[in-house]
Write a protein that binds this ligand. Structure first.
Ligand code: CA
Length: 144
């Protein structure tokens, strides 16, 4: 997208943890874009490669909270999780993308990566095998 006015790559490389759930995130302060946001003329693109390992159900998702000036959530978006069936039980990362309009009153945007261990610990051990790569949250002019 050549007309992007804001783009940030939030994560690169595989993220893994031995805990049951990993939550990491980044907060975007949108005051610079408040005029466009009030006019609801800005769109967002949320994208990432999400996946896991073989037949394990450990998964990855990205959750976005749009908050007003009082940090109250006024909108949410999510991509993933990608299931083992989605991956045909293969170790892989699948692209997931969603777009939308940033609602007026949005002042902060939190982007969270959540990796969750769901597989049988006795069978697969305690590793959290939810994987993610190339997480992007991008703000663009609507229609461009
Ligand atoms: Ca595991």
């Amino acid at each position: 997208m050549t007309n992007s006015i804001f783009s940030r790559v939030l994560g690169r490389g595989d993220l893994k943890t031995d805990k049951g759930c990993l939550l990491t995130g980044s907060r975007l302060w949108t005051i610079s874009y408040s005029k466009g946001i009030e006019q609801q003329s800005l769109s967002y693109t949320l994208a990432a490669f999400l996946g896991g390992v073989a037949e394990q159900e450990d998964d990855a998702k990205v959750v976005v909270l749009f908050m007003n000036n009082d940090y109250q959530t006024i909108d949410t978006e999510q991509i993933g999780p990608v299931s083992a069936i989605d991956r045909h039980n293969q170790t892989s990362l699948l692209n997931r993308t969603k777009t939308g309009v940033i609602k007026s009153l949005t002042r902060y945007i939190n982007v969270y990566l959540i990796l969750t261990r769901k597989s049988d610990v006795k069978k697969y051990g305690t590793n959290n095998d939810g994987n993610a790569d190339n997480i992007v949250f991008m703000i663009t002019q609507k229609g461009e």
